[in-house]
Design a protein around this ligand. Sequence first.
Ligand code: ZN
Length: 502
Amino acid sequence: MERLLNMSRELDKIQTNLSKLAWVQYTVGYDFGIEEAHKKVNEFMQDKKNYELVLEYKEKSLDPINKRRAEIAYNYIKPYHLSNELNELNLKIKKKTNELSMVLNTFRFKLDGKEVSSVELTQILSNEENRELRKKAYFARNQINKSLIDAGFIDLINLRKEYALLYGDKDFVEHKLKLNELSPTIFDGWKDELKLHIDKLNNKRKEYAERFLNCDEMMPWDEDYILAKIAPAQNSTVYMSNYYEVLRKFFLKFGVDLDKFNITYDIFSRKNKSEWGYNFPIQNGVDSRILANVKNKYHEYGVLLHETGHGIHSFLLDPEEILLNDGVSGIISEGIANLFGGFLYDEMFYKNFFDNSVEKEFKEIGEFKKLNYLRFIGNIFFDHELYRNDIKSLDDIYDLYFNLYKDLFGDKPFEEEPPFAYRIHYTTHPIYMHNYFMGDVTCEMLRKVFCQKHGIKSISEKPMEFGEFLISDVIKVSGLYKYEELFKRISGEEFSLKWYLE
Ligand SMILES: [Zn+2]
């Protein structure tokens, strides 16, 4: 196996460099040669010698772990050895994605002609009593739609469609799912399962609209406001300069010491810095970096908990196991990250800031957020629609959007243009958002399986044991099995939304 491992180490070096360059681009806005670095990855992948080496191992009769290692290597190198045309298309796609991602990172929204940050828009959506102003802030986010289309978003979609067909897959959605070792049929039952819960969702939204808005419909620009009303404490101003100690103490309860890990945090806003939150898994078990934009609000700890969850996942993997680590499903990473993010409303974390008087509101908001998160399936399916329909203009995209949201949730179309392009995933991480939702399904499953095994109601009753369970039953084996296989190993059942909905 040594030669294959050496090859993977070499590739890891090139990818680590690329990841570091991306970190610089996202944190300070400079491009120190990302395209060049992408080219290096491409050259490596296209190298016939590397491909032959992988094929040699793939043909060998190996033990299951080595077989899995060879399979993972084969999965990532194979696409580069099908045809020159595919390779050229792939390079074009990466180039276009990089261009558009620069547009996304440097674009600034305006409100009444004045520049306004995404964080400020979010704050208006949460705190503004005037519904019209909230609506205005919500639709300010559609300003980037046209800029992105002008920069070539539809071309990018078409390039991806072309790539998938040339590859021999039915469409780009199926193509991406296969690359990520997921069954192309994984979403088949979702619409029907969702339908069973849509009345509950819409009735709850109606109930909150009546309680907080004196009307009977909750619109997208009311959601954050209502969440803020349900649990005002989550918008409390907290002192965040000591965030690291807060996080360190929290993770120690699970037996995980952040001081042993090399996690870099860049959490306060600046000009030319991406306005979102990310974890850059620069090199598993060696270097992990977290980008966020916090403004001293309690709920922003949710992002820090989530991204730190990614960080500890990376450091609990064996850095020598480069191949198996490449086989870890994005769903498992997001599941672990969301699991820790969810502690925002748990006493185990909130007691750093509040007494028990917040218990009721945090329980209520936790439950409503979970129910309302079903609407996130809209984003996932909208992403699919982009690749399954013919798109010529921005209006075509809006039609798809409105039809889908009507079909899934019974929404009426807006008079204004729906904000969509601000969500970077459509550009930079297509067919990826299911990782978050399925991650949540996974974390519900983990919670239920663990609690049942220990006869307890909440993880917080046995955090040390939970830490051990997470490390031994999930993280350590997360590269060894494909997602659906791992899910079944842990839960004893097939993946289904049922774990989330029931
Ligand atoms: Zn994440």
